[in-house]
Design a protein around this ligand. Structure first.
Ligand SMILES: CC(C)(COP(=O)(O)OP(=O)(O)OC[C@H]1O[C@@H](n2cnc3c(N)ncnc32)[C@H](O)[C@@H]1OP(=O)(O)O)[C@@H](O)C(=O)NCCC(=O)NCCS
Length: 174
């Protein structure tokens, strides 16, 4: 069993792996187009030439990356595939000189085994501004935020402003 960077031909399998866990809200939906656009974020785990798991590392900046879309096939569960995947994504984060890796999960026990600690969601404003503000469950969130490394002191994302502060329409003269 080994992990490798995903390639475009893996996108369809990745979509199917993720789709299994979308219905119950375990994973956020990812369309095939979105997976293709972000294929360089993805790592897959192979066993006997078959993809048995996938996961992504989304980069916000050197201060933060997020592990997301983590799943292994039901057949491969308990075989160590999950650990291989997380180790590979953490290695990628290290390669990119990222100082903090975060994730949101309903299974904190698994990620605690991978060295992650629980943290308040507010400590990860990049993630909150990217996903939570648009999430229908934002006021009834049952996910636990976790991190490894040094919590970021700043955010790379600009908080949303009213449109008029950007768009100044000049009056038209006849
Ligand atoms: C979570 C998941 C990726 C784990 O994959 P896996 O291949 O079964 O995990 P591993 O076999 O590598 O297990 C590594 C360790 O974590 C433990 N573990 C696995 N699943 C666990 C869970 N749900 N809760 C607590 N510990 C768990 C194992 O016992 C093992 O412990 P050990 O190192 O002390 O022996 C897999 O169960 C899965 O795909 N779940 C559905 C999707 C999901 O929940 N994704 C996470 C969304 S945030």
């Amino acid at each position: 069993m080994h992990a490798r960077s995903a390639k475009l031909p893996d996108a369809f399998v990745i979509e199917q792996l993720i789709q299994v866990h979308v219905g119950d809200g375990t994973l956020l939906p990812r369309s095939l187009a979105e997976i293709c656009e972000n294929i360089r974020d993805f790592t897959v785990v192979e066993h006997d030439g078959e993809i048995v798991g996938c996961g992504a590392l989304h980069l916000y900046g050197m201060h933060l990356a997020e592990i997301r879309s983590i799943t292994v096939t039901s057949k491969a569960k308990g075989s160590g595939a999950g650990r291989v995947l997380i180790d590979a994504l953490l290695q990628e984060a290290q390669k990119q000189s990222v100082t903090c890796v975060c994730l949101f999960t309903r299974i904190p026990e698994f990620f605690a085994r991978m060295g992650f600690d629980v943290v308040k969601k507010e400590a990860l404003p990049d993630k909150v501004l990217k996903d939570c503000v648009r999430c229908p469950r934002q006021n009834a969130c049952d996910e636990i935020a976790m991190y490894r490394g040094t919590l970021p002191k700043s955010t790379a994302r600009r908080r949303p402003h009213a449109a008029q502060s950007y768009v100044q329409i000049a009056p038209q003269h006849a």
